[in-house]
Design a protein around this ligand. Structure first.
Ligand code: CUA
Length: 314
């Protein structure tokens, strides 16, 4: 009874995972299709080798069991088998050569966007402790949610404002690091409208796990509207995506101190100084923000978060 229950528990997680839990997420961009192809080729070889080796092991354990012989009896001794040794050297060499060939064929399609792509959308992805900031060609910015047109090549410049992060949307692109002082490049082309989820893949500080990202792909006209709506709600997204990680969604406090009764929220100069420069444990979360971003945060904090100054002494 107990083993059956344990087995059911152990397999439930695997069954609940999207595709048996053994394979990458379903690809929704040409480059991830190529990544998955490489994965399945290697899985094919390693799977076959696993089955052959483990079957042989089980077979030999059973076939050559001691059958009551004394422990001290020596087995049959064999020296030199040139043909066998050549065979078991050549087969792995051939397998590795096939895998390497497949990888070298697939790699250019994974790393580089198709040269034929007509006017790709260029987006800068900036990693911050602990959020993602996206810069669009028209000068707008969004936080944590990246809006893209479906079916269009999106070229990403991946940078960091502080420490090393890793940009990864498993259905759209492989991992690429965001490294301070360096620009890395990746791309994707979402093949259908929808929301694709990702998470910073490099341990980057106490709130690494809060660095979630979404890519929202929609037809071109919808994409433009969604991006504009996000830009108008920038202050809200900044508070919820940046400040709330440590200070709570209502500014009630958490890892960082409570803000809701702090009159600093109503003073642009003071708030801007802290956001840009950090203070104590707080990182300079807004060190790359433009004036519009600071204004948006001040507006939102003043009107939605500030609950009036606390009266000292109760
Ligand atoms: Cu950024 Cu982990």
């Amino acid at each position: 009874m107990l083993p059956a229950a344990v087995l059911a528990l152990a397999t439930a997680g695997i069954a609940a995972a999207a595709n048996g839990g053994f394979t990458p997420q379903f690809a929704h961009s040409p480059n991830t299709h190529h990544t998955n192809t490489a994965y399945y080729v290697i899985l094919g070889f390693t799977g076959a080798i696993f089955v052959i080796v483990e079957s042989a092991l089980a077979l030999f354990i059973w076939k050559y069991r001691s059958r009551g012989r004394a422990r001290t009896v020596e087995g049959f001794q064999l020296h030199g088998a040139t043909r066998l040794e050549i065979v078991w050297t050549v087969i792995p060499v051939v397998i590795l050569a096939v895998i390497a060939t497949v990888i070298f064929i697939e790699l250019p399609n994974i790393t580089g966007a198709p040269a034929s792509a007509a006017n790709p959308l260029e987006i800068t992805v900036e990693g911050h402790q602990f959020y993602w900031q996206f810069d669009y060609p028209n000068g707008t910015r969004t936080i944590n949610d990246l809006y893209v047109p479906v079916g269009q090549v999106v070229e990403l410049k991946v940078v960091s404002a502080d420490v090393v992060h890793s940009w990864w949307i498993p259905q759209l692109n492989g991992k690429i690091q965001a490294i301070p002082g360096r620009t890395n490049h990746t791309w994707f082309r979402a093949d259908r409208a929808g929301t694709y989820y990702g998470q910073c893949a490099e341990l980057c500080g106490p709130y690494h796990e809060a660095m979630k990202a979404r890519v929202i792909a929609a037809p071109l006209d919808e994409y433009v509207v969604q991006r504009e709506m996000a830009t108008e709600a920038l202050g809200k997204h900044e508070f919820q995506g940046v400040c709330a990680t440590c200070h709570g969604m209502q500014g009630q406090g958490g890892y960082g101190p409570a803000l809701a009764n702090n009159s600093l929220l109503t003073q642009k100069s003071g708030l801007e100084a802290i956001v840009r420069n950090g203070r104590g444990l707080m990182p300079p979360v807004g060190n790359t923000w433009n004036d519009a971003q600071v204004n948006a945060l001040v507006q939102y904090a003043k009107s939605k978060i500030f609950k009036g100054a606390s009266t000292s002494g109760g």
